[in-house]
Design a protein around this ligand. Sequence first.
Ligand SMILES: [Zn+2]
Ligand SMILES: [Zn+2]
Length: 164
Amino acid sequence: MALPYSPAQQQQFRLDFAPVVGRYHRRKRRARRFALTSGGLFLVLVFTGSWSAAWFDLLFVLLVPLVQATIVLTIWAIIPPKCPGCAVPLLKFGAYCPECGSAGLTKPGSQWTDEHPAHCAACGKDMLQRPPRPPGARGQSFPSRQYRIRACSSCGLYLTEEGL
Ligand SMILES: [Zn+2]
Ligand SMILES: [Zn+2]
């Protein structure tokens, strides 16, 4: 299937997209640092909070805005940008494989569960939204996209080797 962009246009899109990839990964790292700091402070609160009410209050006052910031930064970090070519969000599944850019991606049963994940016959990848669970494990694992976005699934534009 021919893409609706000339090779020169595709090259330009990739060049323009490189700083976007950098920002995306920096946002993810920052969200992870905030999550680790909040988690650490929470543990300190649990283990030392009973020492004195003032100490508990101080930690709690610090923890609340930190957790709020973590939530905002995490949501911001996990939303990938739009395709510079077709302006469709890169998280949306279309006809192309986000991992390898081949045409012929099968549609998922749902965007958010892994019952019938989108599948690419060319690279063999299932686009899972959660880490695989060991057999017999109960409960749900935390959502965490298990594939890289290298190409736009909607128009097939190949954007980054590194992936989002
Ligand atoms: Zn593929
Ligand atoms: Zn696109």
